[in-house]
Design a binder for this molecule. Sequence first.
Ligand code: ATP
Ligand code: MG
Length: 556
Amino acid sequence: MDKEISKNFIEKIIDQDLKEGKYTKIATRFPPEPNGYLHIGHAKSILLNYGLTQEYNGIFNLRFDDTNPTKEKTEFVESIVADVEWLGAEYDGEVKFASNYFQDMYEGAIKLIKKGKAYVCDLSAEEIKEYRGTLTEPGKNSPYRDRTIEENLDLFERMKNGEFEDGSKVLRAKIDMSSPNINMRDPVIYRIARMTHHNTGDEWCIYPMYDYAHPIEDAVEGITHSICTLEFEDHRPLYDWVVQELEYEHPPKQIEFAKLYLTNVITGKRYIKRLVDQGIVDGWDDPRLVTIAALRRRGFTPESLKNFMELVGVAKSNSSVDYAMLEYCIRDDLKPKAPRMMAVLDPIKLVIDNYPEDQVEYLDAQVNMENPELGVKQVPFGRELWIEREDFMENPPKKYYRLFPGNEVRLMNAYFVKCVDFEKDENGNVTVVHCTYDPITKNGTGFTGRKVKGTIQWVPVKQAKKVTVRLYENLVDEEKGVYNEDGSVNLNPNSLTVLDNCYIEPSIEEYKPGDSFQFVRNGYFCIDTKDSTEGNPVFNRIVSLKSSFKLPKKQM
Ligand code: ATP
Ligand code: MG
């Protein structure tokens, strides 16, 4: 596809800016607030910002927006850094903190006061709200709006020195109380709050407001394109006002794009936090969540997320993307990479009556039929095997080609076997299937002239490894919608199924937590990094094998 045509609107803006010589090198940033774990929406923002700097040979910063001292937590800072690194977004230099620019922000405020563009206001929060007006009515000027520059400088310094009580005074930008944009009606830019900050301690008792702080953070770092989500569109005039009044030589510009939403999953830190706090999920990285930590633990790869974000594209209006598209991307990524494994999740025993009792032979099997480069492994074979319960039927329907009395099938990578008998327990459940094998059909090499329609997988009883497997469904009930009217989440009672009587090929012992596989029958699985112990892997199903999802035509 012609790259020029397929560029998104942000790339077009950057192209234009570079052409006009507005900037010579671009710089972007990802500015999380350290108040929770990152989710898939944040991954979109990270990969978008980082991707642009890759494309344009620019600089990408990771900066914590820690101007609000109440909520920050070191656990969140650490998890966010780990997530950004895992995604492969290489940030420039050290991790940055907005709180390191408190001095710049303070000096900026003084500059504004000296220009007659900011004033100290004694109205209470209530009164400020009243004076602000509404969407249909203009606001009223504060009675403190015309304080002299000298008086403002003096009061602001005393605010900083802790002479006034919390909430008794604020610093406001002097813009326009009748602006149609309420954000421009003399917004508060500094408040007094005696709160200990995780980075600056008790050094400051005045803290800047987000809309004032953010453009300064960007400008100080030399960010050129400050990419954020649509809810900030109405704040852009204020962003521009701040960088203009502070006279930065190369002022950054704000560009908004639509947030990523996925169907039937819970994004939004607030909601995820509630599930974690209420113990509905097992921590922020519960594999049923779409936090980046959970996706990683479930077995999603950075590549699959990157491809997903490319398919989704960058939009200017909000919409929801089908979760199945994300599943498509992880299947597509793992298909050629992941070793294939025979693994039986609901076992019954198959006995080959005419196979020598204590004989073991090692059969060749390709690690991944679609990727010969991964080589060949040996799988032990013997008289007793585990097979999947649903691969045998006493009274099969038409077109059932697997095992039933009298039928012959191929055991994957092994021999043809023919069902000669079966046993049941007192409840009528099949417990053992008896077969005979034909030695000349080994590995499909011997020519018999016979054809079989069914191939089934198996694992050898003697050498198989018993493991735990977890299957997942959506955390929410799709039919009923994600949220109830009262804001609670509609939980799906079947979101987690634990199977602890599963058998897998012994070659699994060569792998470690975090490794992924295709179980030839049941989908893609990953060895859980948290609950697996030495010699006892626990598997998470990443995704089943099939879906009805079709790749959409690439958006322009
Ligand atoms: P949430 O609403 O989920 O708590 P947030 O916007 O409060 O998210 P921040 O830490 O403030 O989280 O966001 C960091 C960056 O990630 C911001 O630039 C924000 O616009 C972006 N971001 C947040 N959610 C999404 C999303 N769903 N899609 C794309 N970008 C997002
Ligand atoms: Mg936020």
